[in-house]
Design a protein around this ligand. Structure first.
Ligand code: NAD
Length: 481
């Protein structure tokens, strides 16, 4: 018992370039969801810690905001290199903290590295429109300026990846950042802070740890914070938007999703079934773009359900510590397994559970890969985000119904369309209201292209030059000549 306790590391948070405990001295337990064991402790922040971080970020802003783009770019490149050098260690830590397969967690780090390198380049490309004389005797120009202090609030499903998506564009544009990782998965953000400590000037990046309930309002409402960027649940986003509205703060909201996968009768069914095995159950389905809602053509529906079932039954799931061949790990917490179990149980009466539908009796937050066939379009399992390893399959009658069902949810983050007919693919891509539409693929992300939603999936874009622009304000300067 004593040995176990001694092995548990207590982390500190990162404020003003230094590592400190919480003002209260209190800590939070960090749990490995694959075996329910405590693996670390982190500071339990309070409003006082938010004040300290806001003060540090505010103090650092003038110099960082006025640094040349080349200087900011250089710092981001160094951060990317430092992250790359510790990629495997960071991936293993992430696996332990989030229940992800080890290989998948390690593979996420190069994606963050690429992202930071992209934003290092983007820092030097940010530009206003060319100057012109719109009124006689006056020259106008447009400047894009950083907002100031940005509060970046990240979710638990891709902790290091989301930390990268948040800090890259914000720092590139010249803002200083207070990053708040999810209290469930704070560890890799604290390692990122360790790397940043040797690279970024004090206060440019601060990482504080605490629950949304304890410090969310203090952070979002803090008078020094000029912009709030959150990736999380739609209800969390709505709450944050209300608090931010008090001071008319800028917002960047990356919220929930319920991606439709429209499979026409002429699609390559083997390719679709393989893709859904991967992207419907990747990260145990805890993905805002997960291929979770299949809308399949009338002629291929039966064959497709059968092919997908074969694929899904072959998924090797378990505790990532059991071996490198584990394809699907645990959910993030027992509370998430409760949520998934509840939604599947409520779906049972109105649909067929083709495979899965079982919460295994073992340690860890597990749920078996599940397929639900034939649910009603208005049912909870079709309308709401499960955020677990559950895929539904519905049979549509014609293109019009496929489009109507795809759009008939409150979310609009990502979708895919599968067909051999290029004209149909483009027609449907235009008709559906989602921020990303993949054709004959799903889940592919690149640093150069924007990611972000329509409708209740939020507004603002991650990745790409659009993200950098989101973290700036436009200023018009007019000179009498
Ligand atoms: P969550 O909403 O529970 O938490 C997200 C973050 O918000 C956490 O850091 C949390 O501590 C913080 N938070 C919670 N309440 C807060 C409050 N009142 N004030 C300020 N901060 C608060 O989300 P989650 O469960 O960590 O992540 C899963 C959700 O994230 C899913 O809905 C998923 O779709 C969404 N997500 C969206 C994207 C995207 O790009 N759109 C990407 C990943 C995840």
């Amino acid at each position: 018992m004593t040995d176990t306790l001694e092995a548990i590391k207590t982390y500190q948070q990162f404020i003003g370039g230094g590592f400190v405990d919480s003002a209260s001295g209190e800590t939070l337990d960090v749990i490995n969801p694959a075996d329910d064991q405590v693996i670390a402790k982190v500071p339990k922040s309070s409003a006082e810690d938010v004040d300290r971080a806001a003060e540090a970020a505010d103090k650092a802003f003038p110099a960082w905001g006025h640094a040349t783009p080349a200087e900011r770019s250089g710092a981001l490149l160094k951060l990317a290199d430092a992250l790359e050098a510790r990629g495997e260690e960071i991936g293993r830590l992430e696996s332990q903290n989030a229940g992800k397969p080890v290989g998948a967690a390690i593979d996420e780090v190069p994606v963050v590295v690429d992202n930071l390198r992209f934003f290092a380049g983007a820092a030097r490309l940010l530009e206003g429109k060319a100057a012109n004389e719109y009124m006689e005797g006056h020259t106008s120009m447009i400047r894009r300026e950083p907002v100031g202090v940005v509060a970046s609030i990240a979710p638990w499903n891709y902790p290091i990846l989301m930390a990268g998506w948040k800090i890259g564009p914000a720092l590139a544009a010249g803002n200083t950042v207070i990053l708040k990782p999810s209290a469930r998965t704070p560890l890799t953000a604290l390692v990122l802070a360790e790397l940043a400590a040797d690279i970024l000037p004090p206060g440019v990046l601060n990482v504080i740890t605490g629950t949304g309930g304890d410090i969310g309002d203090a952070l979002v409402g803090h008078p020094t914070v000029g912009m709030v960027s959150v990736t999380g649940d739609t209800d969390t986003g709505k709450h944050i938007a209300k608090v931010a509205a008090e001071r008319v703060k800028r917002l960047h909201l990356e919220l929930g999703g319920k991606a439709p996968v429209i499979v026409f009768d002429d699609a390559d069914l083997d390719a679709v079934a393989e893709a859904i095995k991967l992207w419907g159950y990747w990260n145990a389905g805890q993905d805002c773009t997960a291929a979770t809602r299949v809308i399949a053509g009338p002629k291929i529906y039966d064959r497709f359900v059968s092919e997908l079932t074969d694929q899904v039954k072959s998924i090797k799931w378990g505790d990532p510590a059991e071996g490198d061949d584990i394809e699907m790990g645990s959910l993030i917490a027992q509370a998430q397994a409760d949520k998934v179990e509840g939604m599947v149980e409520r779906a049972r009466g109105g649909a067929e559970i083709v495979t899965g539908g079982v919460r295994p009796k073992r340690a860890g937050a597990f749920y078996e890969p599940t397929i639900i066939a034939g649910p009603d379009q208005r049912s909870e399992i079709v309308q709401d985000e499960v955020f677990g390893p559950v895929v539904t399959v519905q049979r549509f009658s014609d293109e019009e119904q496929a489009i109507a069902w795809a759009n008939d949810v409150r979310f609009g983050l990502a979708a895919s369309v599968w067909t051999a007919d290029a004209g149909k693919a483009m027609r449907v891509a235009r008709a559906i209201q989602f921020g990303t539409v993949w054709i004959n693929d799903h889940f592919m992300l690149v640093s150069e292209m924007p990611h972000g939603g329509f409708k209740e999936s939020g507004y603002g874009k991650d990745q790409s030059m659009y993200a950098v622009e989101d973290y700036t304000v436009v200023k018009h300067v007019m000179m009498k000549i």
